[in-house]
Design a protein around this ligand. Sequence first.
Ligand SMILES: Nc1ncnc2c1ncn2[C@@H]1O[C@H](COP(=O)(O)OP(=O)(O)OP(=O)(O)O)[C@@H](O)[C@H]1O
Ligand SMILES: [Mg+2]
Length: 355
Amino acid sequence: MASTAMDIDEPTTTTVKAKKSVSAFSGKKVNTSLSTPWVEKYRPVSLDDVVGNEDTVKRLKVIAQDGNLPNIILSGPPGTGKTTSILCLARELLGSSFKGAVLELNASDARGIDVVRNKIKMFAQQKVTLPPGRHKIIILDEADSMVAGAQQALRRTMEIYSNTTRFALACNNSSKIIEPIQSRCAILRYTRLSDSQVLKRLMEVCEAEKIVYTNPGLEALIFTAEGDMRNALNNLQSTHAGFATVNDENVFKVCDQPHPMIVKGIIDSCVKADVRGAVENVSKLWNAGYSAIDIIGTIFRVCKGFDMVEGLKLLFIREIGFTHMRIAQGLDTELQLHGLCARLCSKSPNFRNLK
Ligand SMILES: Nc1ncnc2c1ncn2[C@@H]1O[C@H](COP(=O)(O)OP(=O)(O)OP(=O)(O)O)[C@@H](O)[C@H]1O
Ligand SMILES: [Mg+2]
């Protein structure tokens, strides 16, 4: 029964014509084929390797040491290490019994009421010899996609088998987990990773893979990833595969996002009340095929970090917010963006000097 779920992310030991390389983490040797996605190749195998969210990871480490795993819910944005942490925790708690004592079900498995009644209950009833003080673990990944009925069916199961089995749930949105389940679990929150944490990891991977990169290239990866480590690693691999050198131009080609330098140009023009310059740059992006929502999203993120007078920045962000709302409601035309440029220019102190 449990074996169906055992095709999960164990430390990679693929041997297909693999070039031997040393994992940058834990100093463990792994054989990896050239085509292995780096997100899997560099998936942390122990909790020590999980980057960021220090407080949460510290709590998991304490649990791993004590061995008394409560039912837990890990909740947070994508690509921040939830699935990875649960697997590391299970591995550290159960060691060699990992295979037989863990049942992993994710959104790709059927998880209706029948599965809870049969598969999960059967697994909870199974006898497995474990070190003293350890429990079997049922991992329900992407638990927010479980229908409410199936979650209801879990309530009593969680309690009845609590002597032998513990549940670890991962989700992006903890409010989609019904309250009775939330009340039975300790909730641990994950946040987006900081730029420096993503940077550190990217540099480690670049070193391990011997990648030629430029600093603006890494900055671009961090800018596009927005705290999502999976996104950063995937974009790094795609850029390396497509262009060899990881520089900002190539990264933005791969990610297909408006180049922040052009967007900086737009904001700079608006600060100077140069509406022609701003409109010209907006048209450049529009004609390159970017959608209004992509352009306004980048304008907001660039403006947030733009070096300008704080008061003016607030006025700009307010206008950008209104335009973003209109675009999201369906008015996604070039005219809206041009209108934004005009409104931003009119907020600039230079505009008054022009009058
Ligand atoms: N904190 C982290 N430290 C190191 N690597 C990470 C971290 N978070 C994510 N990664 C990398 O991103 C990949 C995906 O991470 P993971 O599957 O844990 O994300 P997740 O939080 O479960 O996301 P989702 O909500 O989409 O399921 C991992 O294989 C790993 O390479
Ligand atoms: Mg996950």
